[in-house]
Design a protein around this ligand. Structure first.
Ligand SMILES: [Zn+2]
Ligand SMILES: [Zn+2]
Length: 135
């Protein structure tokens, strides 16, 4: 039996997935497009090889938006809850790290498009911490 290294799901639980591939890259992307599609300061994306990735449920509940005039910017999300879900291409799979239900197995490696970070962005190290768990 191959080892499952990553497993994830959307907010409503309709879309679930797993992969046997170990992640090779983990990036925070501060580009304006990633900020728009995540509604946050940056996207947190884990990248894995395509082989060994499979949808466990909800593949037909995934909506895809391709930004016109780009061939790389596509947002894949659950039709029910709107959560970003993995995007699979012939080059591999991009997994939004926040959707993972397990540890990704490697720490974030770098911030890309750092120059595009919003003026309001502050490093989490600089902010007070409230020790409370949501769910
Ligand atoms: Zn969902
Ligand atoms: Zn980006």
């Amino acid at each position: 039996m191959p080892e499952i290294t990553l497993r994830g799901s959307c907010l409503c639980g309709t879309v679930t997935y797993e992969t046997e591939a170990k992640p090779h890259t983990f990036l925070y992307c501060f580009c304006s497009r990633c900020r728009k599609k995540t509604g946050s300061a940056h996207a947190s994306n884990v990248f894995v090889e395509g082989a060994g990735f499979r949808w466990l449920s909800g593949e037909d509940s995934i909506s895809t938006y391709a930004l016109p005039d780009t061939n790389t910017l596509t947002n894949c999300f659950c039709k029910t809850c709107g959560s970003r879900v993995p995007r699979k291409t012939e080059r591999g799979v991009t997994i939004p790290a926040g959707g993972l239900d397990v540890e990704p197995g490697l720490p974030p490696q770098k911030c890309i498009y750092w120059a595009d970070k919003p003026d309001w962005y502050r490093s989490v190290e600089d902010l007070p911490k409230v020790e409370q768990s949501g769910a």
